[in-house]
Design a protein around this ligand. Structure first.
Ligand code: ARG
Length: 432
């Protein structure tokens, strides 16, 4: 037996099995905390549509609207708690309205289903958070770009196959991550556009016998357009969540590569970079330790996104229409978004805690790393490249690493990092 509030149960029905209901609700009530405010806002837009078509009078609309605004404030201030006496956030809204406004509250769900309701609020959640993630990525890219400029003359060895390759600069190493993040932001823009479509008003996935002003409601919610086909709207559940996660995967892939490099460069053997005390942790047994746990957890964060993608992909082997399976796409989507925001938010602070060991980096550049410069020097005096290559393989290069870096004039090279071009791409992405 249960004390829960179910929208669909008969008042006299006392046969609901609590254990079963807990299984059906899953983690919904916990997860809906992240969606609740969007659900309230979408409900406000929906009742605006009901007013337009005469289902609600102006006064009824106004009362419902005010009551929803009050609910939003109460929720944000912790006075309305979304607890497990409700099946989910959607039903909590209707119960609240009915509790406050009696019969009028019962009108709020006219012409919609929890199926389009959950789609709408999770889409608003994704849209908002993609913008936040874009903003965090751009802030981080700006930090990295500034550091690249500061470290443009800091020499370090460049590796391929983790073997000595050519002299490099910390500026180039850093600028690459800035450029990567900027490209990831272009992708975020296109993902934002892809999902910027309102499912509200498609109801259970078949439309309703009411001429809902779907465009008006979509516009009020800030959507670019409506999803026309109600069945497609249902089929986009999970599919859109997946495209969001795929995009976050790209962002976090950039972060993982950076974290990997850092943890390598922080080993005693490399000793190129260290972290200020604020960003290291100790060992419970080894007094000598100062560990970059934060870098490792940032590297590991991608595994959560990958797991989240796998969960949704596995889930989506479904026929058309709403299936309750789709409820399980909520948790991976939300978790993926939250971990990405957390990591991106912490990275600028981590960047500031980095200390470059310039002497060690320069000292690690071995003489043979200038062999390519040597070969190309001969090319400039007329020798074929293959010939020069063969000579440079056996003769010692007289070129210093400083000279090698000074001569690296090809666009993007150490002497011509193209930071201004990267900066102008970043500026293009900033909101007006
Ligand atoms: N918690 C549900 C979900 O996330 C809400 C939609 C319920 N719809 C239904 N037809 N049971 O999918």
């Amino acid at each position: 037996m249960t004390n829960k509030n179910y929208l669909w149960s008969d008042a006299q029905d006392k046969s609901i099995d609590e254990e079963l209901m807990d299984f059906l609700a899953g983690a919904d009530i916990k997860l809906d905390k992240h969606l609740f405010v969007y659900d309230v806002i979408a409900t406000q837009a929906h009742i605006g549509g009901l007013k337009t078509i005469g289902i609600l009078t102006q006064i009824e609309y106004q009362n419902l609207h005010n009551c929803l605004s009050e609910l939003k404030i109460k929720y944000e201030q912790g006075q309305f708690i979304l607890d497990n006496s409700y099946e989910d956030g959607h039903s909590a809204i209707e119960f609240y309205l009915t509790q406050q406004l009696g019969e009028l509250g019962k009108k709020s769900h006219t012409g919609r289903s929890r199926n389009d309701q959950v789609l709408t609020c999770s889409r608003l959640f994704m849209k908002h958070n993609l913008l936040v993630i874009k903003d965090l990525s751009l802030t981080l890219a700006q930090h990295v770009l500034k550091m690249a400029d500061e470290q443009k003359d800091t020499a370090m060895p460049g590796y391929t196959h983790l073997q000595h390759a050519m002299p490099n600069s910390a500026g180039m190493w850093l600028a690459g991550f800035a450029e990567g993040l900027i490209d990831d932001c272009f992708l975020l823009d296109s993902t934002l556009n892809y999902i910027d479509s309102s499912p509200l008003g498609t109801a259970a996935g078949f439309g309703v016998p009411l001429d809902l002003p779907r465009n008006q409601v979509a516009k009020e919610l800030g959507f670019d357009r409506v999803q026309i086909n109600p069945m497609y709207a249902q089929n986009s559940r999970g599919k859109f969540d997946l495209v969001v996660l795929q995009n976050l995967y790209q962002v976090m892939l950039t972060v993982r590569r950076f974290s990997w490099d850092l943890s390598l460069f922080m080993t005693q053997e490399f000793n190129f970079v260290s972290l200020k005390k604020s960003h290291t942790t100790g060992s419970s047994i080894m007094p000598n330790k100062s560990n970059p746990d934060v870098v490792e957890l940032m590297r590991a964060a991608l595994s959560l996104i990958e797991g989240a993608m796998a969960q949704i992909q596995a889930l989506m082997s479904l026929p058309s229409g709403y299936q309750r399976d789709l409820q399980m796409s909520k948790e991976p989507m939300i978790k993926g978004v939250l971990i990405t925001k957390q990591v991106l938010g912490l990275l600028p602070g981590l960047m500031q805690a980095l200390v470059f060991n310039k002497e060690k980096m320069a000292a690690s550049i071995s003489k043979e790393m200038m062999a390519t410069d040597q070969a190309l020097k001969q090319v400039k005096s007329g020798m074929s490249f293959r010939e020069a290559y063969g000579e440079a393989k056996i003769s010692k290069s007289e070129i210093t690493y400083q000279q090698s870096l000074k001569d690296r004039v090809s666009l993007g090279g150490a002497a011509n990092l193209g930071l201004n071009i990267i900066q102008s791409r970043l500026d293009m992405l900033k909101p007006l």
